[in-house]
Design a protein around this ligand. Structure first.
Ligand SMILES: NC(=O)c1ccc[n+]([C@@H]2O[C@H](COP(=O)([O-])OP(=O)(O)OC[C@H]3O[C@@H](n4cnc5c(N)ncnc54)[C@H](O)[C@@H]3O)[C@@H](O)[C@H]2O)c1
Length: 292
């Protein structure tokens, strides 16, 4: 099954990056948001990403213009009708995703593939709302989507083999490094990374060590390119807490539960880089922290 035209639903942090990756890889792409303002915000983000690729000489200006020519943005779900594959990247809420998959089933053709970019929800539970759950997969991109190569291609017990292989192949044609995995909580990376980062935070209190020294320990003792506290700041404390909570709910393993220290930081609005303060302060002294 040949995928020629791709839809992306939700043009926030992930969706805008995924749409950019799609147009840059040569696919006609339709992006859908819920309002004109959010469509325009998505367009501005995609423009900015493509301009950066030109600056870094990864794209010529002509290639950027051609990529933009392949992009259509809309608020109408009906405009996704001709898509061979639709990637959902809306808010991480099961009810919202299930409602969308129900609507998408009535919009796209019977051969279309529906993919979710969920990080922590069950792909099977989302697929259950589609008319044809065998045509649903997970395509889990990492943030920022234009930069990080990994895509976890997730299958449920119901996913059709041909659908799965077509989705896997598509991820490769997008210039990504796909891996195959099954629909289990956290898939591969988050299943490993979230409890590991939680342990690093618990060590802060247990060993009475500073964030800077935990980061130095992992960088200089194990060659991590970035320390765990700097990494959580980069991910966003709120995003990490949310994902850890979801994994804990799914697996009931204490290591998955977000450490209270992180929950308090999220409640206090100390969200990491995006809020200017997390384990480190980014207002004036960004260079004093992360990888430095
Ligand atoms: N941010 C990350 O680091 C990250 C990484 C990997 C996966 N994800 C997953 O990707 C998905 C999106 O996350 P995000 O960080 O981009 O969220 P976000 O809040 O930045 O963007 C979500 C967008 O979806 C839009 N939206 C909501 N309902 C919609 C609908 N019915 N139709 C069209 N648009 C709709 C919202 O207006 C918003 O702009 C989530 O499932 C998240 O778990 C996030």
């Amino acid at each position: 099954m040949e995928i020629r035209k791709v839809g992306v639903v939700g043009l926030g942090t992930m969706g805008a990056g995924i749409a950019q990756v799609c147009v840059q890889a040569g696919f006609e792409t339709v992006g859908r948001e819920v309002s004109i303002e959010l469509v325009e915000r998505g367009r501005a983000t995609i423009d900015r990403y493509l301009a950066r690729a030109v600056e870094k000489e990864r794209l010529t200006p002509d290639e950027r213009n051609a990529a933009l020519g392949r992009l259509t943005l809309t608020t109408e779900l009906a405009d996704l009708a001709g898509c061979d594959l639709v990637i959902e990247a809306i808010v991480e809420e099961l009810d919202a995703k299930r409602a969308l998959f129900g609507e998408l089933s009535a919009t796209v053709g019977p051969e279309a593939i529906l993919a979710t970019n969920t990080s922590a929800l069950s792909v099977t539970a989302i697929a259950g709302a589609a008319d044809r759950p065998e045509r649903v997969v997970g395509l889990h991109f990492f943030n920022p989507a234009p930069v990080l190569p990994l895509v976890e291609v997730v299958r449920t017990d119901l996913t059709d083999d041909g659908v799965y292989e077509a989705a896997y192949e598509l991820a490769g044609r997008l210039g990504k490094q796909p891996i195959r995995c099954n629909d289990t909580p956290g898939f591969v990376v988050n299943r490993i990374l979230i409890p590991l980062l939680n342990d690093c935070v618990r060590v802060l209190d247990e060993a009475r060590v500073s964030p800077l020294d935990v980061d130095r320990a992992m960088r200089f003792g194990t060659n991590w390119p970035i320390g765990p506290c700097a990494l959580i700041d980069l991910i966003g404390i709120d995003i990490h807490v949310h994902a850890a909570e979801a994994l804990y709910q799914a697996l009931r393993e204490p290591r998955m539960a977000p450490p209270p220290r992180l929950v308090r930081m999220a409640q206090a609005g100390l969200l990491g880089r995006k809020s200017g303060r997390g384990f480190y302060s980014y207002e004036k002294t960004a260079e004093n922290a992360p990888g430095s």
